[in-house]
Design a protein. Structure first.
Length: 129
């Protein structure tokens, strides 16, 4: 299966204001754009926006999702910080056409403050930018 599922859990247990610009710090430590190469070799981009109180909106784009038979996919939903993780619940749409896959997928990410990376439930490491 494609790492669209890797949207899940981002980490938190974060220190707000950790060398982040003031506007970013106001949204929470995990806010920003993250990128990764999935286990199947496709490119993924994760956009995280938030209110700074542990609640986030999340949008993931995978340019060749296994879950969609190699077609691009977008997953959108919400995330919340629980202990040292960001847990997300997202709906996945295969593109083009917008075929919504049934059900909501949960994905978790763990934040490494020292490296400023996220690692999802599938072992994929996400970097800012």
């Amino acid at each position: 299966m494609k790492r669209i599922t890797s949207l899940g859990a981002l980490v938190a247990g974060l220190v707000v204001g950790l060398a982040a610009p003031p506007a970013l710090a106001a949204q929470g430590t995990l806010a920003g754009t993250w990128s990764s190469i999935d286990t199947d070799g496709s490119s993924q981009t994760l956009t995280v926006t938030g209110s700074g109180n542990g609640a986030y909106a999340m949008s993931l784009f995978d340019d060749a999702a296994t879950l969609c038979g190699g077609a691009p996919a977008r997953a959108t939903g919400s995330g919340r910080v629980e202990e040292d993780r960001l847990l997300s619940r997202v709906s996945v749409v295969c593109l083009p056409g917008g075929n919504l896959l049934r059900g909501v997928i949960g994905i978790g990410y763990t934040y490494d403050a020292g490296a400023d990376t996220l690692t999802d439930d599938f072992g994929v490491v996400w970097s800012r930018g």
